[in-house]
Design a protein around this ligand. Structure first.
Ligand code: GDP
Ligand code: MG
Length: 395
């Protein structure tokens, strides 16, 4: 089954802790501080893989965690950075946060976005040496990675999309004019997946045409998909409205599909259309008296025999000006709003006796934020925390 939705629970890796360590040299009882920094935690990243067709793989394993950073070591050795986890998603995947806001749109080949950043590694004690404090016995624990839950929705990226009743001949037409091999007249339950085909012009230009099931597809069998798949039409610049011309009511069929588009909204009803009156081998001169500004061309032909298909191809290349294939054309589609990580105005350090919170203005700190940061860093009940001139116990 084609999956165009999935939820992901993504956890960035925790940063590694800084180390407390001192140089050890012969005849020097205690050398300078030499604790290295912790490595950064890995990110959880989404990457477009043009060969991927749907979000099924993500739906099957929705919990994703990146690797944590390694702890710092002696001799100022820095911990290893945690590996990022890359998840492959299909072209056209959109990312929504829990409030339903679009945060990223991966609409061009190679697009990527960080879902959950790994936490920064903590500093080792070698960073805390000052003229007055030459042997600091503090270090910084690593920060926790971001934790986000997002919803992914696939919205196909195509130049044109086929539209029409079941059996109009959409799949046959796509087979005829592109490299795609959609199933023709298959059992409806097995064909409920959009198919993308690349159509080539003589001069080498290419455009992507989608055969999207769903509009009334399977309705007679009680599948009743309704509008579920119509989202995949949203990015198409032009529709190819395929109508079975052999049935004698082409105009009515046009209006029936049109009213579905209106119901769906999202400006689908305003989109320009090329009407293809199919099955001309059965009726070579079908009546079609719809006069509509949106109709760019009306072509009579047959997907079975091949008549009119070249004409359709030419019409497509004439009317589709924005072509999907060159990736830079699509830069506009990439609306990526990185979430701003909350800046906290303090640092948490590990000391010999417990913890220390360092801040430029300790009196302004919110106790709750400090508490939760301490917990995140691994602090436990009963341990002592220095904050400014105060020392308190974690309860
Ligand atoms: N006679 C004739 N039959 C066609 C033509 N195009 C498609 N068909 C047939 O119509 C049926 C439905 O075609 P299909 O491409 O699956 O339609 P879709 O449901 O719109 O994708 C199949 O049996 C096709 O072989 C055509 O131009 N002439
Ligand atoms: Mg079909």
């Amino acid at each position: 089954m084609f999956k165009d939705r999935a939820r992901i629970d993504a956890q960035g890796g925790r940063g590694g802790s800084g180390a407390i360590s001192f140089r050890r040299e012969k005849y020097v009882p205690r050398g300078g501080p030499a604790g290295g920094d912790g490595g950064n935690g890995g990110d959880v990243v989404l990457v477009v893989d043009a060969d991927r067709r749907d979000l099924g793989a993500i739906q099957r394993s929705p919990h994703v965690q990146a690797e944590r950073g390694g702890h710092g070591g002696g001799k100022k050795r820095r911990g290893r950075d945690g590996a990022s986890r890359e998840l492959q998603v299909p072209l056209g995947t959109q990312v929504f946060d829990e409030a339903g806001t679009l945060i990223a749109d991966l609409a061009h080949p190679g697009a990527r976005t960080v879902l959950a950043h790994g936490g920064r590694g903590g500093q080792g004690n070698s960073r805390f040496a000052t003229a007055v404090r030459q042997a600091p016995r503090v270090c910084e624990p690593g920060l926790p990675g971001e934790h986000v839950t997002v919803e992914l929705r696939l919205k196909l990226v195509c130049d044109a999309a086929l539209l029409g009743f079941p059996n109009a001949g959409k799949s046959s037409l796509l087979r005829r004019m592109s490299n795609a091999e959609p199933k023709v007249a298959e059992y409806p339950f097995t064909t409920l997946a959009p198919v993308l085909g690349t159509v080539e012009a003589v001069d080498g230009r290419q455009l992507v045409v989608a055969d999207v099931p769903g509009l009334l597809e399977g309705a007679s069998e009680g599948v009743g998909l309704g509008h579920e798949f119509l989202a995949h039409l949203e990015r198409a610049a032009v529709f190819v409205h395929v109508i079975d011309g052999s049935e004698g009511d082409a105009g009515e069929r046009f209006h029936a599909i049109d009213s579905e588009l209106r119901q769906y909204g999202h400006d689908l009803a305003g989109r320009r259309q090329i009407v293809f009156l199919n099955k001309s081998d059965v009726d070579p001169d079908p009546a079609f008296d719809v006069d509509d500004q949106r109709i760019l061309d009306t072509i009579t032909g047959s997907a079975l025999v091949g008549t009119g298909v070249e004409e359709l191809r030419e019409s497509l290349f004439r009317h589709v000006t924005r072509v999907v294939t060159p990736s830079d054309e699509l830069a506009d589609y990439l609306v990526y709003r990185p979430r701003v990580a909350a800046r906290r105005g303090f640092r948490i350090l590990r000391t010999e006796s417990g913890w220390s919170v360092v801040a430029a203005s300790p009196e302004l700190l919110e106790r709750e934020a400090v508490d939760s940061a301490l917990r995140d860093a691994g602090a436990r009940t009963g341990q002592l925390v220095e904050l400014g001139d105060e020392v308190f116990e974690i309860t």
